[in-house]
Design a binder for this molecule. Structure first.
Ligand SMILES: *Cc1c(COP(=O)(O)O)cnc(C)c1O
Length: 463
C-alpha cells in the first residue's frame, strides 16, 4: 500500500495488487457516462464531442495537452449539491480542487460558498466577486499576512488549525478592531478512504487539533476566552475519495460528543458543524459514487440522530465537496507521440503531457481511464501504459488501460475525470508549459485559464 499523504488529509491512494488488470472492456469505443461529463458523446464519425464540439476541432484551436471543462455539467453538479442540502445547510466548494475566476462566478451564481486555503486562492475568489462572507479560510499554516488579509476583507469564517493559530488570529482580529468568526478543526481519529475507514483513538497527521487527550476541548476553552474570536463551530474532514458513509458516522458521533461536552462545561451550544469534503467520484467504471441527495440525507440523519441522543439542538451543517463537483466535469486531451510495444509486457503510449498536468498517478497511484477520441476503432484491445514526456520513469498518466491495437502517433486520446487536483497541482517540471483550461458550454469553447508560454517562464527567471 502506498503511504502517500493527500494534501487534504489522510492517505488517498487507490492501489491495485501487482499484476491486477481488469478484463478489456467489451467495447473500447463506448463512453461510460459515469466517468465522462454530461455532454460528452461520439458523433457519427466516431469523434468525441463535448458541448457539441468535436475534439479534433478543439485540439486544432487550443492545442494539446489541454483540459476541457464541461460548464453545464459543473453547474448541474454544483446545483445538485446546493439543492440536496437545502436552506438549512451550507455547501462550500473546496477551491483547491480547481479554482479560476470563471469557476468562482459559476459558484456564486449557483448559490455555493467557497473554501480557500492560501492568499492566492483568496485573491482569486475576491477578484471574481465572491461575496467575502461566503468565503471560508483553511490551512494548517496560514501566514500572519494571509490571516490579516482574510480578517480585513471580512471572510465568513477562518478554520483554526492549531493552538498557535487560535492566538494569532485573535490578536490580528483585535488589532483590526474586529471579532472574527471561527471554527476549530479537530481530528477525530477516523481515517476514511474509498471503501474502508479506520477508527482509532489517535490520528497521526498535520491537520487539526486532536480530540484525543482533551486537546480539542482545551482549544475550545481558549478560543471562547479570546475577545477577537467568535467561535461558531467545530470542523472535521476525514479523508478523500470516500464512498462509504460509515466514516462520517463515527466522525459525527465524536464531534457531537465534543459539542455536548462544550455545552456541559461552558453552557453554550455551538451553532455549526462542518463535516468537510472527501466524497468520491468515478475515475473508472469500477467506482460507484453516491448522488448528492443521498449524501445529504445520510449526513443530515446522522447529525440529527447524534444530536437528539445528546439532547442538543441540531447545529447548521456545512460540507465542502471539491472533487465531487469539479472532478467529473473535465477531461485532459493529449496527442499520442509514440507507441512502443514491449514484447510480452505491455505497450507504452507516450503523450505530450504527463506528470506535470496530472501528478495524481505518480503521487497516489491513482487510477484513471483513457479512450481513443479522435476516431473510433474496431481493432483488438491492447494493454497499454499511458506515459508522459518527462524525464522520470514514474511519469505515468494511466498505469493500465486498454486502447485499440491500431493506435498510432497523431491520434488524440483523452483521460476523463481530471477536473480536480490536476490543473491545480500542475507543475513546470522540465520547463513544460502548463496546459490551458477551456470551458465548453452554450455551443462555445473559451479559454478560462490560458496556456503558459515560454515568455511566462522567462519572465520569472530574472537572470
Ligand atoms: C481537500 C479538502 C476538501 C475537499 O476534498 P475533496 O476530496 O475534493 O472533496 C474539503 N475540506 C477540507 C478541509 C479539505 O482539506
Amino acid at each position: 500500500m502506498s503511504r502517500s499523504a493527500h494534501p487534504a488529509g489522510p492517505r488517498h491512494a487507490d492501489v491495485l495488487p501487482e499484476g491486477h488488470y481488469s478484463a478489456p472492456p467489451a467495447d473500447l469505443n463506448a463512453l461510460d457516462p459515469k466517468v465522462w461529463s454530461e455532454t460528452v458523446t461520439r458523433n457519427q464519425d466516431g469523434v468525441l464531442t463535448v458541448g457539441g464540439i468535436d475534439v479534433k476541432r478543439l485540439a486544432e484551436e487550443f492545442g494539446t495537452p489541454a483540459y476541457f471543462l464541461d460548464e453545464s455539467d459543473f453547474r448541474a453538479r454544483a446545483r445538485a449539491w446546493r439543492t440536496a442540502f437545502g436552506d438549512d445547510a451550507d455547501v462550500f466548494y473546496a477551491g483547491k480542487a480547481f479554482l479560476s475566476r470563471a469557476v468562482v462566478r459559476w459558484l456564486h451564481e449557483e448559490g455555493l460558498n467557497l473554501d480557500v486555503c492560501s492568499g492566492g486562492e483568496l485573491a482569486t475568489a475576491l477578484s471574481a466577486g465572491m461575496p467575502v462572507e461566503r468565503i471560508a479560510f483553511h490551512g494548517n499554516n496560514k501566514s500572519s499576512a494571509e490571516i490579516r488579509r482574510a480578517v480585513e476583507a471580512g471572510v465568513g469564517r477562518i478554520v483554526l488549525d492549531s493552538f498557535q493559530e487560535i492566538v494569532r488570529v485573535a490578536h490580528i482580529a483585535q488589532e483590526l478592531g474586529k471579532r472574527q468568526r471561527v471554527q476549530i478543526r479537530i481530528t477525530v481519529g477516523v481515517e476514511a478512504h474509498t471503501h474502508e475507514f479506520i477508527a482509532t483513538a489517535h490520528e497521526d497527521q498535520k491537520f487539526g487539533i486532536p480530540l484525543a487527550g482533551g486537546q480539542a476541548a482545551e482549544a475550545v476553552r481558549r478560543a471562547l476566552q479570546l475577545d477577537g474570536l467568535e467561535l461558531i463551530g467545530i470542523h472535521s474532514h476525514i479523508g478523500s475519495q470516500i464512498f462509504d458513509m460509515s466514516g462520517f458516522e463515527v466522525a459525527a458521533h465524536r464531534v457531537v460528543g465534543l459539542l455536548k461536552d462544550i455545552r456541559d462545561e461552558h453552557g453554550v451550544e455551538l451553532p455549526e458543524i462542518d463535516l468537510g469534503g472527501g466524497l468520491g467520484i468515478a475515475y473508472t467504471s469500477d467506482d460507484d459514487p453516491r448522488e448528492p441527495h443521498e449524501i445529504a440525507k445520510a449526513l443530515t440523519e446522522i447529525v440529527t440522530r447524534e444530536c437528539d441522543a445528546a439532547r442538543l439542538t441540531t447545529p447548521r451543517i456545512s460540507v465542502e465537496p471539491g472533487r465531487a463537483i469539479v472532478g467529473p466535469t473535465a477531461f485532459t486531451l493529449y496527442e499520442v507521440g509514440t507507441v512502443k510495444p514491449l514484447d510480452g509486457l505491455r505497450t507504452y503510449v507516450s503523450v505530450d503531457g504527463g506528470m506535470s498536468d496530472n501528478i495524481r498517478t505518480a503521487l497516489y497511484d491513482a487510477e484513471y481511464s483513457v479512450a481513443l477520441v479522435s476516431r473510433s476503432s474496431e481493432a483488438e484491445p491492447m494493454l497499454c501504459r499511458v506515459v508522459g514526456k518527462h524525464c522520470e520513469s514514474g511519469d505515468i498518466v494511466v498505469r493500465d488501460a486498454f486502447l485499440p491495437g491500431d493506435l498510432a502517433p497523431g491520434d488524440l486520446i483523452a483521460v476523463p475525470a481530471t477536473g480536480a487536483y490536476c490543473r491545480s497541482m500542475a507543475s513546470n517540471y522540465n520547463h513544460v508549459l502548463r496546459p490551458p483550461v477551456v470551458a465548453v458550454g452554450g455551443g462555445e469553447a473559451r479559454v478560462i485559464v490560458r496556456r503558459e508560454t515560454e515568455e511566462d517562464l522567462l519572465r520569472l527567471d530574472v537572470g
